[in-house]
Design a binder for this molecule. Structure first.
Ligand SMILES: C[S@@+](CC[C@H](N)C(=O)[O-])C[C@H]1O[C@@H](n2cnc3c(N)ncnc32)[C@H](O)[C@@H]1O
Length: 314
């Protein structure tokens, strides 16, 4: 089953996500590609499965594979692994994490998934004794990951044979056909670092502001505008006229840590003469701090063009 990010709770619980099989362990696969790993691994060790991918094409392929295999207790989602782990997974929630043949980034190792911040984050989301099973053909990334995990002093490492299913993934077969070796290690969490959940707000906290239009409220031209707030950036990419209510819709791009979202911010004139600025539900954005800042940015944009701000809730 595919879950849109907004369908999760932040954090969520296994009992809600897998009501039919709450007693099974909970396994997460990061970067599941076409999904074939889990169709085989589940036969060796049944578990509730959560898969996270950034590729929409992979998401659809994997969903079909799992459906054809008749696997019911599997949830797939399209997101970066980090906000999913930090936001959705409760402390001590996971029994295991699989990472099979992740992108090795040979020239840009800062992009690699398996490094100190990741090991720290997941140590708190794994149960005591929970493990990360890492399989790769890339010896340099393998050594790098061992070193990064050791630095944290949160794991016991065991190098051993990979599970049979990890040798049958699309990339496993590709690299083995080319004669590459395969490396496997299990990182067993023995200590847990507490990292606060990724903060996602509910619809009750929908950020908004109320403005009063000045003497010349109509926007006749648009300037792409960048707003920086510490680690977060909002770019107002475009604005469209709303023909239904004589308002506007801004297209905002938001970057915050590992999460990037495009959201629509509506500017709607109301009967009492005020103007309401709020995030549109369209696209089910995750209501994060960055989304609040997008509403703030649109409010600032309008303020600079003659609107007066009478109320803000962001
Ligand atoms: C080299 S492929 C391996 C796919 C699959 N595991 C296999 O063995 O065939 C790496 C996958 O990781 C996904 N990926 C990369 N970074 C990711 C991230 N931060 N979160 C989730 N998935 C990611 C990519 O979209 C890609 O499908």
């Amino acid at each position: 089953m595919i879950f849109r990010p907004a369908e999760f709770r932040f954090p969520d619980v296994k009992e809600r996500l897998y009501p039919e099989t709450p007693d099974l362990p909970w396994h997460l696969e990061i970067g599941f590609g076409d999904g074939r790993f889990w169709t085989q691994q589940v036969q060796a060790e049944p578990a509730n499965y959560l898969g996270v991918e950034i590729s929409g094409v992979s998401l659809l392929k994997a969903e079909k594979k799992l459906r054809d295999a008749g696997i019911q207790n599997a949830i797939l989602t399209k997101l970066h692994a980090e906000p999913l782990v930090q936001g959705v997974i409760p402390e001590g929630g996971l029994d295991r994490i699989y990472v099979n043949f992740p992108d090795p980034w040979p020239k840009h190792e800062h992009n690699r998934l398996l490094q100190v911040p990741f090991f720290e984050l997941v140590s708190g989301r794994l149960k005591d004794g929970g493990e990360i099973w890492f399989t790769t053909d890339h010896e340099e990334y393998f050594q790098f990951a061992l070193e990064q995990a050791r630095q944290t002093e949160l794991y016991e490492l065991t190098q051993c044979e990979p599970p049979a299913a990890a040798l049958q993934t699309k990339y496993a077969l590709k690299w083995q056909d080319l004669g590459f070796d395969v490396y496997h290690v299990r990182f067993r969490a023995i200590k847990h670092k507490h990292i606060a959940p990724y903060q996602v707000f509910t619809e009750d906290d929908m950020p908004h502001s109320i403005l009063v239009a000045g003497a010349s409220p109509a926007l006749t031209e648009f300037e792409k505008s960048v707003y920086r707030y510490g680690q977060r950036t909002v770019i107002l990419l475009d604005v469209f006229r709303n023909l239904r209510n004589d308002g506007y819709v801004f297209l905002a791009h938001i970057e915050e840590e590992h999460l990037t979202q495009e959201v629509l911010v509506q500017v709607t004139p109301r009967e009492d003469g005020t103007t309401l600025v709020k995030t549109a539900k369209f696209g089910s954005p995750l209501i994060t701090e960055g989304v609040k800042l997008a509403v703030r940015s649109v409010t600032e944009y309008l303020k600079a063009r003659g609107y007066q701000v009478t109320h803000t809730a962001y």
